[in-house]
Design a binder for this molecule. Structure first.
Ligand code: MG
Length: 412
């Protein structure tokens, strides 16, 4: 399910249609470091979960990497206490969550180890608290790493740099012409960085470039930006909020509708909203026949003007046989995120004579929350019968209808 604490890369998340190859030569993964407890920025949640321009910092940050065409896998490293908070904040982007360690360095190492089986050629490491990273900064950093082996985004030093003694008296002026302030992202050959972290275990190095340098690797600087600052103090959070609000263009709310029917057939359970429900019959279909999630997928695709589920996941393709339908919803939500949009609410009605769905309502709603990142108050879930009329009334099958609203940039 979306956002579960997975031990292995989740096949439902990696290898989405049209995505870059998830592992092996040329593939690039991103490790987003969000394990800090830093509340220096004020507020009652760590800064990476605070809202800027109405959106959690983490969602903005992971969105840049999840939507980047060169990045096939995104791993977010979080504090063990923050599971629910992180899933809510990250939204529906297809990412993995991994538990961090006692220091930033240990947290990055945990993220790297998670990628071991996937074995990407390159890895980007980025601080969750730098939400104004852009696709261009990511591309430049990765291109530089492809040329030099490793690269760190940064900005050349503009201020004169003074060295002082213990009481603040200047003892010298440092020539600034070759000085840079390092930022993230930082990009590396995955196996090189993993080995460098293993060699640096127990040392306190402040960024991954320093870990790579300690291992003797060449690291190039690539152009970052002044806007790619790290939210640390309360004034940074206020600046980030102002920037996020200023950069937001006009928005529009769009509505989508989806409808789906599946016939009952042989079997001992059905799946609705991702929840397995025991029944005297199964549902017939190419995938797991989860009509509720199919209707929801079609509603999201409809709101985006992106056709229907059959266009994205053809029945003729054997890879969708018996597929768990949460991947269809995740794909549609990924398209919404890539378009700069977000799901605002959803309202689902399931039309079914039997089994009785009321006992499963809470489980289905929890499943929808986990899948979409929406809070319970933005999810409508209803079941009805048709008073024994029609195919649903005769128990030949069931139907589901979904309506969603999406908040999108008004660019059309
Ligand atoms: Mg269907």
């Amino acid at each position: 399910m979306s956002g579960s604490m997975t031990e292995e890369p989740n096949p439902a998340v990696t290898g989405e249609p049209g995505g870059a190859s998830a592992g092996g030569p040329g593939a690039c993964a991103a490790v987003i470091v969000a394990a800090g407890r830093g509340v220096r920025a004020g507020g009652d949640v760590p800064k990476q979960y605070a809202r800027i321009g109405g959106e959690p910092v983490l969602r903005r940050t992971v969105g840049v990497f999840a939507a980047h065409p060169a990045v096939s896998t995104v791993v977010t490293v979080i504090h063990p206490d923050d599971g629910a908070l992180a899933r809510q904040a990250a939204g529906p982007a297809p990412i993995h969550f991994v538990t961090g360690g006692a220091s930033r360095q240990e947290s990055v190492y945990n993220g790297l180890k998670f990628l071991d089986n996937l074995d990407p050629e390159f890895v980007l490491v980025h601080d969750a608290a730098r939400p104004f990273v852009t696709a261009d900064i990511v591309s430049r950093c990765l291109d530089s790493a492809r040329r030099h082996g490793a690269a760190a985004a940064g900005v050349p030093m503009a201020d004169t740099v003074k060295k002082t003694d213990g009481v603040g008296l200047v003892t010298g002026t440092i020539a600034r012409d070759r000085l840079w302030r390092a930022q993230t992202p930082q990009a590396f050959r995955y196996r090189d960085l993993l080995a460098a972290h293993e060699a640096a275990a127990g040392r306190a190095l402040t960024d991954d470039a320093a870990v790579a340098e300690a291992a003797g690797l060449a690291v190039a600087m690539s152009q970052g930006s002044e806007d790619n600052f790290k939210i640390t103090a309360a004034e940074d959070l206020a600046r980030a909020d102002r920037m996020a609000r200023a950069s937001a263009g006009p928005r529009v709310t769009v509505v989508g509708h989806g409808f789906d029917v599946h016939a009952f057939g042989p079997g001992g359970h059905i799946v609705l909203c991702g929840v397995r429900i025991a029944h005297t019959h199964g549902l017939e279909g190419h995938s797991d026949a989860d009509a509720a999630l199919h209707a929801l997928t079609d509603a999201i695709l409809g709101a985006l003007g992106e056709g229907d589920i059959g266009r994205h996941f053809p029945d003729s393709d054997p890879q969708w046989r018996d597929a768990a339908s949460d991947r269809f919803v995740r794909h549609a939500l990924g398209l919404a995120t890539a378009a700069g949009g977000r799901l605002v609410n959803l309202d689902l009605t399931i039309v079914c004579e039997r089994p009785k769905l009321q006992p499963h309502n809470d489980a289905m709603k929890r499943s929808l929350c986990a899948l979409t990142g929406l809070p319970p108050a933005r999810i409508g879930l209803k079941a009805t019968t048709t008073e024994k009329l029609g195919f649903a009334g005769r128990g030949e099958g069931l139907a589901a209808q979904a309506v969603v609203s999406l908040d999108l940039p008004d660019t059309v």
